[in-house]
Design a protein around this ligand. Sequence first.
Ligand code: BTN
Length: 309
Amino acid sequence: MPNALIKRLIEQQYIEPSAEFSIAQLRSHFHENGISVDESNGKIFLKKIKSPLVPEIIESLLSTIRNEIPFTVEVLQLIESTNNYLKIEAKTAELPLISLAEHQTNGHGRRGNSWISSYGEDICCSLAWEMPSGYQLSGAESLIIALTLAGSFEKMGIEGVQVKWPNDIYVKGKKISGILLEQIYSEGRAVLILGIGINVVDHFKASNQAGFSATSIENEINLYDRNKIAALVIEDMLKTLKTISPALDNHSMARWGELDYLRGKSIAINQITLLKGKYLGIDKNGRLLLKCEGEIKLISSGHITEIHP
Ligand code: BTN
């Protein structure tokens, strides 16, 4: 079924069944796409968002850091993906630019994995940040950002926060957030596009994000003020982006060790061949150390699965 139906529902706040789509088809289409609806008088109504994102509120919560780093926050109602959107906008926009969306129709993570979010119930946020010209991502940056995000969750009062190589945040074994770091070059500018997806409200999706067992902020600490959550995360990200470097420092290495979800686990990494071995941590360049057939291999990318004894 077309995304145009989602667009129409969000614009008009309701939708009527037609010869093409019955009310049952519409209901299941919106449900499958993470959009909560009510039915009345034969029409489908969009459920009111519990905590709508308001750019002015987010900016006012960030007034101190905004004096130091002048940035713009915008809220889009519906977009395919905030990362894809910024990859185009950032070519001409003043940076830093921060785009949040109430809904994404093609949210994704690394390796094309889909990131499922629910209308008005999560944080889908991307930040475009100008790096020194010619900057090349080393791979360590996404680990540094994951540690920053883990710190933001701890500040909110969430316990049991963990980082999973290379860019996921878990809470007591369940995924709460993911990061997608990309880079574009445009007219001599090297721009980093940092996408962050956070499960906020506890709903059907939170139980299964991209095949992993998932949780949400509301589930953990009963907080669902999305403007407050977005402001806290954006502030921490801006501070980190200001000083980000292509290697982890000693403090970050130690923090990774403390929060490491994979510590002590046997894992399999899907590369050209399937590598199996014991996870031994990371190096300063953000590479994973895998003990495999008596050798230590340095891994820069790949999909990880745990091997349960
Ligand atoms: C992952 O878990 O693999 C990363 C998920 C990243 C999702 C965010 S949501 C905002 C931004 N837009 C996207 O399409 N992806 C990122």
